[in-house]
Design a protein around this ligand. Structure first.
Ligand SMILES: [Zn+2]
Length: 137
């Protein structure tokens, strides 16, 4: 595949419903955002790999002053989620309140055209998450 390993490539995969990250063929590190050179060892032997959409919350915060494009979502929870291979990605945790979040909580990356980034994170009971907020006003 002809790819320059750009953020646009990443967004394109997300739009196709694929969670793809860049993997280094020399040191085996995986990373996002994409770069044409491995940030760990400087190698150019890179390829796209699809990884599991299940990740673990490593940090989170409530945002009241939204980024451009996210105005309709404020206030919202932004979490940094760590995936397979140590890949970390920030995103909105859809339908969550700050009290629902905790470090180490498993979340699922869900593709959505409603999200300016093309995806949300969701808390699902199937992953051991707490989701008692549904059905409440
Ligand atoms: Zn490398």
């Amino acid at each position: 595949m002809d790819s320059g390993f750009t953020f646009e490539d990443f967004r394109g995969f997300i739009a196709q419903g694929k969670f793809m990250v860049v993997k280094c063929g020399d040191c085996n590190h995986m990373f996002i955002p994409p770069k044409p050179i491995c940030p760990y060892c400087g190698s150019r032997k890179l390829s796209w790999v699809e990884i599991s959409r299940v990740g673990r919350v490593v940090s989170y915060t409530e945002v009241h002053v939204p980024l451009r494009g996210f105005e309709g979502f404020a206030p919202y929870i932004v979490a940094i989620v760590e995936f397979e291979g140590g890949v970390k990605l920030p995103g909105i945790v859809k339908g969550a309140k700050i009290g629902d979040l905790k470090i180490g909580l498993n979340v699922l990356l869900e593709f959505s055209r409603d999200s300016p980034s093309g995806y949300f994170f969701i808390i699902t009971p199937a992953l051991g998450g707490v989701s008692e907020s549904s059905g409440q006003p």
